[in-house]
Design a protein around this ligand. Structure first.
Ligand SMILES: Nc1nc(=O)c2c([nH]1)NC[C@@H]1CN(c3ccc(C(=O)N[C@@H](CCC(=O)O)C(=O)O)cc3)C=[N+]21
Ligand SMILES: [Mg+2]
Length: 283
């Protein structure tokens, strides 16, 4: 039976550190500030945004939510981003994804100043990550949170086979870069990969971010592997579940993240960590 990676408790630990960092910054007259911009009325997105705002406030971070109607033009949305680019009280700008399909989301992302890009999605920050640059820049929160979990549980990465399933810009691709920078041998698989299990069965570290419920079954996992489930899927009863068949994979894996209580809380905690870092770096 695998060790369950407790994302929730690790997130609580990280949040405590962040809260202390906020107190230190406040002594220097800096209040870290976050704006979350949400377009439209998607109820799930609204819940996430409210959760982020609540967490920010708990940690003493100044937080603004900017709600725009789904009818807003791309130009007007870019105008909102530019307003916060200029606002010295705001250190991090997050535009909640997904945007309405009519919008050019990469263009909106490019409008955010790289030094206020709390998601790490701006091509300048993506480029820094892929070039393995040292120094201070934001990194996509979900993959960075996963690295924090791997390090906390002392999962070896150097020379290990890491397989990432899913090649999104928000999870799979930055995850590939981070694992590669940590000296793992990384394979990035995706929907066109033929015979996926031949890759996953060789993974010492398996990160799954596809949005396909229970895509990964026990027979696709190497005994003792570390399995990280980024999925947030709904079962037939509307209950949150992952891309990994947890109940069976836990008997094969060495370490495994649950859903909920795994990657999700670490993503939010990493977001908070990164707002404080952006505020510090702006000083
Ligand atoms: N610009 C942008 N940045 C994001 O970081 C971003 C985004 N857009 N759009 C949506 C996704 C989704 N996301 C989640 C983070 C934490 C949980 C989370 O805390 N999940 C809990 C459970 C939540 C529940 O019960 O529904 C858990 O896994 O335990 C969920 C989802 C951030 N996102
Ligand atoms: Mg989770």
């Amino acid at each position: 039976m695998a060790t369950i990676i407790d994302g929730k408790s690790l997130a609580n630990e990280l949040n405590k550190k962040t809260k202390l960092e906020v107190e230190q910054l406040k002594k220097k007259g800096i209040v870290p500030g976050l704006v979350v911009i949400i377009v439209g009325e998607d109820p799930a997105s609204k819940i996430y945004v409210r959760n982020k705002q609540r967490k920010a406030e708990q940690l003493g971070i100044y937080s603004v939510v900017e709600e725009a109607p789904s009818t807003i033009s791309e130009e007007d949305l870019i105008g909102i981003v530019q307003k916060y680019n200029q606002d010295p009280a705001i250190h991090g700008i997050l535009v909640q994804s997904p945007l309405p399909k009519t919008m050019d989301e990469p263009r909106v992302t490019r409008t955010i100043l790289p030094e206020k890009d709390v998601d790490g999605f701006h091509p300048v920050n993506v480029g820094r990550l892929f070039a393995n640059l040292k120094g201070d820049y934001p990194i996509a929160c979900t993959p960075r949170g996963i690295m924090t979990m791997l390090k906390h549980y002392e999962i070896p990465m150097e020379g290990k086979n890491a397989v990432v399933v899913g090649r999104s810009n928000i999870v799979g691709r930055p995850m590939m870069a981070l694992l590669n920078n940590a000296n793992a041998t990384v394979t990035l698989t995706h929907r066109f990969t033929s015979n996926l299990s031949q890759y996953t069965q060789n993974a010492d570290i398996l990160v799954v971010a596809t949005g396909v419920r229970h895509l990964i079954k026990a027979d696709a996992v190497k005994p003792g592997a570390t399995v990280i489930d980024v999925g947030m899927d709904r079962d037939e009863n509307g209950k949150l579940t992952g891309d990994v068949d947890f109940d069976h994979v836990k008997d094969v894996a060495g370490f495994i993240t649950p859903v909920p209580g795994g990657v999700g809380p670490m993503t939010i905690a990493t977001l908070m960590q990164q707002i404080v870092e952006l505020a510090k770096w702006s000083d």
